[in-house]
Ligand binder design. Structure first.
Ligand code: UN1
Length: 508
């Protein structure tokens, strides 16, 4: 697989020199600095992309905003047809694009392919949705009046995505936004610029075939470009996926201009394992949740609260499972865990484990960076003291580190799980209906996602995805998340010959 990396990149059209990372219904000549894409498996350069300068970015937003005037008037089901074509192209290029995700980001190939599948799924969902952007009809208090609610496109949406899902999170946003009648400007992570070029090439094809060029635009850039978006009053909505500290800044800046932001920030996801749990399921779910994507999902499992009667056995089983994790080139079929995405991530992994040791945590297995090229680490299992005394577990470290805590009962587990400031995903393993229902009740998990007998990661696109508290409150993908990309209009229509005023007011 690795022998023909150049063939792969050429096939996706992302190799030659330092291609432009700026596209708005045709590729523009980018004039910003070059961004280097680094292969996390070897530590060597994969390619370069020229990023958007401030002028380039402005040109993209101007073009996109002009495009909005006609796109919003195309009937939603016709807009859906364009997204359907994009979904078809993604099906055709699933292997190549999934492999590129794996190559550039470092997740294993099966997860790279799964990420592209997530794009295909959301395209399908959006196509159906394009005939269901429904409003309500409401009874008016006045005779011969009717009230209704309708949803209109919002405008130009800024979409900022993270390195860990370099293509799927973009798709969640833009497939929905496009059928809603919005135009989008995408700023991908500078860690994965080649993925964004490959995707944009498919966008260009699908949208050109339907005379819809310029609806989905690209401006590759770093933190500067993110800040331009946050401050840009031409963007009524900025969808941001990334860390809590950066999300906090984005939210404040967007709020400062009274724009809307849709935030998908960090998680600190826990799995509760009760004494009556099916251990086979729990061990598999925890291992995938903590080790999958090398712990670099916002939904990755970071904490386990094991009830006293089962904690010993669970720990033993997890230690055994961790020994079987084959670390290596993510493109090799038998690999279960690839490298971290960047060198800095390795340093953060090491720092977190140092803190864990200083605070009384005991590393049960793993815990070292591998002595080989690239950014490889071992998945680490840490037996932790009480959570109150263990500050490192309150933070999200984007790495395969799992903290194991022991708890007495379900109430203690729920309290500990909810004690942190993040609120994305959560899960419980139990065979007790009563315990499961308590966990899902208003006094249970405070997260945006709460699962029973499945892990914290790997959500399907049909549900609304997002979390509470410092995770930012945004909801993307399925259910009624589309409403975030539209503006609601309440209309009252008088079909009578009188003009009665509401609330019985007389004015004559
Ligand atoms: C993310 O990590 O930013 O639920 C998104 C999951 C994936 C999406 C994760 N479907 O793990």
């Amino acid at each position: 697989m690795r022998d023909d990396v150049n063939g792969l990149l050429e096939g996706l059209g992302v190799l030659a020199g330092a291609p432009s990372g700026v596209c708005a219904g045709g590729w523009l000549d980018a004039t910003g600095p070059e961004i280097e894409s680094v292969d996390p498996t070897t530590g060597e350069a994969l390619g370069r992309v020229r990023s958007a300068s401030r002028e380039d970015y402005d040109a993209v937003v101007t073009r996109a905003s002009e495009r909005f005037a006609s796109w919003r008037m195309r009937p939603a089901p016709r807009r859906g047809e364009v997204v359907r074509r994009l979904g078809e192209l993604l099906r055709q290029h699933k292997e190549a694009l999934g492999t590129l995700v794996s190559l550039e980001m470092g997740k294993i190939r099966s997860e790279g392919l799964g990420e592209v599948q997530e794009m295909i799924d959301i395209c399908d969902f959006a196509v159906g949705l394009s005939r269901q952007l429904h409003g309500l009809t409401l009874p008016s208090e006045r005779p011969h009046h009717r009230m209704m609610e309708q949803w209109h496109p919002l405008g130009t949406v800024g979409v900022v995505t993270a390195f860990n899902f370099p293509v799927a999170v973009w798709a969640w946003n833009v497939a929905i936004a496009a059928v809603c009648g919005d135009v989008c400007v995408w700023k991908p992570s500078p860690v994965t610029p080649l993925c964004s070029l490959a995707v944009q090439r498919l966008v260009e094809q699908a949208f050109a075939e339907h005379e819809a060029e310029g609806v989905l635009c690209l401006a590759v850039g770093g933190a500067d470009a993110g800040a331009w978006m946050a401050d840009d009053a031409r963007l009524p909505l900025v969808s941001f996926t990334g860390s809590i500290p950066v999300g906090r800044k984005v939210a404040a800046r967007v709020a400062g201009r009274l724009g809307r932001s849709l935030l998908e920030l960090g998680g600190n996801n826990a799995i509760i394992v009760l004494d009556d749990a099916d251990l086979d399921l729990a061990v598999r779910a925890i291992t995938f949740g903590a080790v999958g994507t090398a712990g670099q999902r916002c939904t990755s499992t970071r904490r386990v609260f094991a009830q006293r009667g089962i904690s010993g056995k669970l720990t033993e089983r997890l230690m055994a499972a961790y020994q079987t994790v084959r670390i290596g080139d993510p493109l090799e079929e038998e690999t279960l865990m690839g490298p971290l995405a960047t060198r800095e991530a390795v340093l953060r992994y090491e720092a977190a484990l140092r803190s864990a040791g200083e605070e009384g945590g005991e590393v049960l297995c793993g815990g070292k960076a591998l002595d080989r090229p690239g950014f490889f680490v071992e998945p680490a299992l840490v037996w932790a003291p009480r959570q109150q005394d263990f500050s490192i577990a309150w933070k999200e470290t984007f790495a395969p580190i799992l903290y194991l805590f022991e708890v007495g009962d379900l109430d203690e587990a729920i309290a500990a799980q909810n004690a942190v400031t993040q609120g994305l995903s959560s899960a419980i393993f139990t065979d007790s209906l009563r315990s499961a229902e308590k966990f899902l009740s208003a006094m249970g998990s405070d997260c945006g996602i709460a699962n029973v007998n499945i892990g914290t990661s790997g959500a399907e696109i049909g549900g609304a995805f997002g979390g509470e508290k410092e995770t930012g409150g945004g909801r993307e993908a399925g259910s009624d998340s589309w409403k975030a990309y539209m503006r609601r209009q309440t209309c009252t229509i008088n079909w009578g010959t009188e003009l009665p005023l509401a609330q019985g007011v007389k004015f004559s």
